[in-house]
Design a protein around this ligand. Structure first.
Ligand code: TXA
Ligand code: MG
Length: 351
C-alpha cells in the first residue's frame, strides 16, 4: 500500500524532496490525480509508464507553476499561447508546443512537441514549488482504466505499485484538462474542463476539434502515427473504461423504464446499473415500473453538466467496485463541459 501524505508543510517538503530524487508521487490537481515524476529524470519517467502499464508511445504532460516557467521546457513564443495562458492559466488547460532540448525524448514519445500544463490547485502549486523541477504526470490510473478523482482511487488501483500519494481531497473539475495544439494551426486534441466555446472565444475564432495523437494512431494514420498504431493495436480508442460494459442512451426518462422492466423479467443474473444525468422525477415509476431502485443512480441533482463532470469517474469506479456488469448511462447535453463528459462516456463505451 502507498503512504498517504497530507497538505502539511512537512509532507509537502517531503513530496518535493522525493520527486527531485526520482521517486514517483501521486498528486492531486483540480482535474484528476496525476502520477508525477521529475520530468528531467528519464529513469523516474520510465517508472511512470511501467506503473501504469502505459505504452511508451503515449507522451506525458509536463506540469510547471507558471507560463513563464513553461518557457523552460517549450517554445512559448506563439502569440496564441500567451493569449490562452493569460485567460486560462493556471488552470485545466494543456498546450502542445514545440519542445526544448532539455525535455527527454521519453517524456514526449519522440515527438518534437511537448504538452505543458499549469495546474491551479493550491496544493499542486505548493508541491511544484517544493520539487523545484517540472513534473511529468499522466492521470494516476492503470492505462485505459477510469481516471482517479480522490486519493483513495489512486490507492485502489496503483497502491501496490507506488510509494506515496498526496491527499488533496476530491478533484474540483473531475475530468482532465483540455488539450490544445498551439502551432501554425490551433486545434483541440482533447475536450476537457475548459470548453471549446471558451477557447474559441478567447482566440476570437472557432477552434476545430481533431483527433489526439493516440486516436489518430488507432485509426491507422501514416508516418509516426502509423508506427504508433502498429505498436498498440486495438488498445488506443477504448479509454476511461470501467470493467463493466457501458451502454449509452440518449433519453433515460424514456428509455430506462422499458429496459428496467426487461431486466426484471429476464432470468439473467447479471447486475445492471442505470445512470441518469439528473435525479429522475419519477423514481418509483408512474406505472410501478421500478420495482426496485437500488440499481438506479444519477450524476447530478439538478442536471448541471459541471456536476456530472465532477461525479462521472467516481461513479464508474463505485459501480465497478459494487460488481455491476453492465452500466446503462444517459448522455449529457452536448455543449460546454457536457461535450467533454460525453467524450469520456463514449470512450468508456467503446468496444
Ligand atoms: O488534467 C490532466 O491533463 C491530467 C492531470 C494529471 O494534469 N493529466 C492527464 O494526462 O490527463 P494523461 O497522460 O492521462 O493524458 C495526456 C494526453 C495523452 O492523451 C497524450 O497522448 C496527450 O496528452 N499528449 C501528451 N503529449 C502530447 C504531444 N506532444 N502531442 C500530442 N498529444 C500529447
Ligand atoms: Mg489519462
Amino acid at each position: 500500500m502507498a503512504k498517504f501524505l497530507t497538505d502539511s508543510p512537512r509532507d509537502i517538503e517531503l513530496a518535493g524532496k522525493l520527486l527531485r530524487a526520482g521517486t514517483l508521487v501521486a498528486i492531486p490537481t483540480e482535474t484528476v490525480y496525476g502520477l508525477a515524476a521529475n520530468a528531467f529524470d528519464e529513469d523516474a519517467v520510465r517508472r511512470i509508464f511501467l506503473a501504469k502499464g502505459r505504452p511508451f508511445i503515449d507522451p506525458l504532460i509536463v506540469h510547471v507553476p507558471t507560463f513563464a516557467q513553461a518557457g523552460s521546457v517549450a517554445d512559448t513564443s506563439n502569440p496564441a499561447a500567451a493569449k490562452l495562458a493569460e485567460r486560462f492559466c493556471p488552470g485545466p488547460l494543456t498546450m502542445v508546443l514545440p519542445k526544448k532540448n532539455c525535455v527527454p525524448q521519453i517524456v514526449t514519445a519522440g515527438e518534437p512537441t511537448v504538452a505543458v500544463r499549469m495546474p491551479r490547485h493550491p496544493l499542486t502549486q505548493k508541491i511544484m514549488a517544493s520539487a523545484g523541477v517540472p513534473l511529468a504526470a499522466p492521470s494516476a490510473n492503470p492505462f485505459g482504466y477510469v481516471s482517479p478523482t480522490t486519493a483513495q482511487h489512486v490507492q485502489d488501483s496503483l497502491g501496490d505499485k507506488i510509494g506515496y500519494i498526496v491527499d488533496g481531497g476530491s478533484c474540483d473539475c473531475g475530468i482532465e484538462s483540455t488539450i490544445v495544439l498551439v502551432g501554425e494551426e490551433i486545434r483541440i486534441l482533447r475536450l476537457g474542463a475548459i470548453t471549446r466555446e471558451e477557447i474559441s472565444e478567447c482566440l476570437g475564432a472557432p477552434v476545430a476539434l481533431s483527433r489526439g495523437l493516440m486516436e489518430a494512431a488507432a485509426e491507422g494514420a501514416r508516418g509516426n502515427d502509423g508506427a504508433r498504431a502498429q505498436l498498440a493495436p486495438g488498445m488506443l480508442k477504448k479509454h476511461y473504461s470501467p470493467h463493466a460494459q457501458v451502454c449509452l442512451v440518449d433519453d433515460a426518462e424514456r428509455e430506462f423504464p422499458p429496459l428496467l422492466g426487461e431486466v426484471r423479467r429476464s432470468s439473467s443474473r447479471e447486475k445492471y446499473a442505470f445512470v441518469f444525468q439528473k435525479r429522475p422525477t419519477r423514481l418509483a415509476g408512474a406505472g410501478g415500473d421500478f420495482a426496485s431502485v437500488e440499481n438506479v443512480f444519477w450524476l447530478s441533482e439538478s442536471g448541471s453538466a459541471a456536476d456530472a463532470a465532477r461525479a462521472v469517474f467516481a461513479l464508474l469506479r463505485k459501480l465497478d467496485a459494487a460488481g455491476y456488469e453492465k452500466i446503462f448511462i444517459e448522455k449529457c447535453r452536448d455543449t460546454g463541459i457536457g461535450a467533454a463528459v460525453n467524450d469520456r462516456l463514449s470512450r468508456a463505451a467503446a468496444k
